[in-house]
Design a protein around this ligand. Structure first.
Ligand code: DGT
Ligand code: CA
Ligand code: CA
Ligand code: ZN
Length: 563
């Protein structure tokens, strides 16, 4: 088996967590966590090592070496599976709730008999948690909010997961006969279920779908629903002559559809997924091959799917003054990329090369500062070395590497590197990577302090959310946005598919106030540069025109902006 060090470390950590839930000997627990850290840090893969070599690693004795061999051989080891079987699985699931670690699970289990997410929610609602020693009101509130998020998001998937399922569906539908609709087409950051419109007759398609689906939920000639990789997929048939109205209907959003029907009614028409019927006089019916024809029929400007949220776009469309949204082709470079100088996988040279392949004019390299617990953070000396390497690369690269950094924002809002160093770098991204649980007012002031710092150009992933995994920091966003506008500091649209941070509503607010916005993929390897498309989509959902984004500037105009 080809098992990476990170996977081995993950298994060892999981064992530590299980032991902690079970209330095992603290020494034993710590030994697993320590071994996990050692393995994670190691440059050479442990999967190729003999037991003797493993034992030579600091913190790994004969016993752990055996476990590691088990993991590299079979993906797991006996004691782990045995322990896992002895603990109720609903208890282990509690680890997915933010703010609930293994020690907490153990305590809640032993003291309050909490065995599941439902038990946990009930205990928090009844304020039984805050009464426990070492818990308190704040912790209980956090648990309640985390459980709420868990309920909201455990059902939703990331765009990456959705894309994989869509690929599976499109493998069985004849080419050019299917279009994805629903929230996916609107560019929403998380997807509930997948909606597809097809012009291929369903009776012929259903048997093929059965081949890729986990289960068929309902099969018909107008619509079919099935489950693929555990997710719901709705497929609707549309004959080519009414494909436009079906696609429009299934793209939504629901609120948008309702508002659009009202517009139709105000013009004496009835709109549905099969077309438009004139209500007055003749009662003529019209069908539409594509969406453009429908908007035209209603005297409206075409509304891109990303705007269809009933946030004012319908009126703008009626007035023919919709914003001209940014497109992928407007982007001249990526403004947040990590390299081997910190925790990235690829070298500067490899990244510059990939940048050329993307047709980029520039890439901002923003490796982590050393303050972070992350391996290989940059200190003053290594920043100088990196800048030197950048100069050498830029002499021969079509895609210019911009010397930047992603500096940590300390608890008091100051960047964790001296001004002198920050002043030397072209662009400084400042981000919060620790102390996520500060109180709202303190966290807000922390970020505003960073915004006010004259060396800070961009605030990275401003709300810190990780989709389905971590809540945004408790932040007063209107205040943050006002401060950014006042100081001309950019807010990032982080395109990493698990972040997508800022979200669309905040982007709308920020751009209305003239806050500069930057799209960064937060790539940790070359392949991640493709994430830029998620950022562009999100910017479009935030009504961004090319002028709202730093990434559409030429290199010289960008560097001029940040001086
Ligand atoms: P999701 O799946 O939760 O991410 O969000 P959507 O927007 O994909 O919603 P979904 O899958 O329930 O429905 C797909 C589209 O169908 C939706 O965007 C608009 C349309 N639709 C669904 N229910 C209604 C409704 O009750 N009224 C109207 N007018 N349209 C609806
Ligand atoms: Ca959907
Ligand atoms: Ca659906
Ligand atoms: Zn970061």
């Amino acid at each position: 088996m080809d098992v990476s060090n990170r996977q081995v470390a993950g298994r060892l950590t999981f064992m530590g967590q299980l032991l902690e839930i079970a209330g095992a000997d603290p020494f034993k627990i710590r030994a697993y966590y320590r071994a996990a850290r050692q393995v994670e840090r190691l440059e050479t893969p442990v999967s190729g090592m003999s037991r003797d070599e493993l034992v030579r690693i600091n913190g790994i004795g004969k016993n752990l070496a055996e476990k590691i061999s088990g993991i590299t051989g079979t993906g797991t080891f006996h004691e782990l599976e045995e322990l896992r079987d002895s603990i109720p699985s609903t208890l282990i699931e509690l680890l997915a709730i933010e703010g609930v670690g293994p020690k907490t699970v153990h305590k809640l289990w032993k003291k309050l008999d909490v065995m599941s997410v439902e038990d946990l929610e009930k205990a928090a609602q009844e304020h039984r948690i805050q009464a426990l020693q070492g818990f308190g009101r704040k912790k209980e509130d956090l648990i309640l909010r985390s459980v709420a998020m868990h309920h909201r998001q455990s059902g939703r998937m990331t765009r990456i997961e959705a894309e994989e399922i869509i690929r599976a569906v499109l493998r069985v539908i004849p080419e050019g006969k299917a279009t994805v609709a629903g929230s996916f087409r609107r560019g929403v950051s998380t997807i509930g279920d997948i909606d597809i419109v097809t012009t291929a007759p369903l009776p012929g398609l259903n048997p093929l779908l059965r081949g890729v689906a986990d289960a068929m939920m309902s099969e018909g000639s107008r619509r079919t629903s099935c489950r693929i990789h555990g997710r719901r997929v709705d497929i609707r048939f549309a004959a080519p002559e009414y494909f436009g109205s079906m696609l429009l209907y299934l793209t939504g959003s629901k609120e948008f559809n309702i508002r659009l029907r009202e517009v139709a009614i105000s013009k004496g028409c009835r709109l549905n997924e099969y077309g438009i019927e004139e209500r007055s006089g003749s009662g003529r019916r019209h069908t539409f091959k594509d969406e453009e024809e429908i908007f035209e029929f209603l005297g409206m400007e075409y509304i891109p799917p990303e705007l269809r949220e009933a946030r004012g776009e319908i009126q703008h469309s009626l007035d023919h003054d919709l914003p001209v949204l940014v497109e992928a082709g407007d982007i001249r470079g990526d403004l947040h990329v990590h390299s081997t100088w910190s925790d990235g996988r690829d070298t500067l040279r490899e990244i510059a090369k990939s940048g050329e392949e993307h047709g980029y004019e520039y890439i901002l390299i923003s490796d982590h500062s050393s303050s972070l617990g992350i391996a290989h953070g940059l200190d003053e000396k290594r920043i100088e070395m990196q800048m030197h390497e950048i100069e050498v690369i830029n002499r021969e690269s079509g895609c210019q590497v911009i010397a930047g950094i992603e500096v940590d924002i300390a608890a008091d809002g100051s960047p964790t590197l001296p001004d002198k160093i920050l002043a030397d770098l072209d662009i400084v991204i400042a981000s919060v990577h620790s102390g996520f649980r500060q109180e709202k007012d303190i966290m807000t002031r922390r970020i505003i302090t960073a915004i006010e710092n004259k060396h800070v150009d961009i605030i990275g992933h401003p709300t810190g959310r990780l989709l389905g995994r971590r809540l945004p920091y408790d932040l007063d966003m209107p205040r943050v946005i006002r401060a950014a506008a006042e100081h001309g500091t950019a807010l990032e649209i982080n395109a990493f598919p698990y972040r997508l941070d800022l979200d669309d509503n905040h982007i709308i607010q920020a751009r209305e106030q003239g806050v500069p916005l930057s799209i960064g993929t937060d790539a940790h390897q070359r392949d991640d540069l493709h994430f830029i498309r998620y950022g562009v989509m999100l910017a479009r959902r935030g009504w961004c025109t090319p002028g709202d984004l730093l990434n559409t500037r030429t290199l010289s105009s960008l560097l001029e902006w940040c001086t």
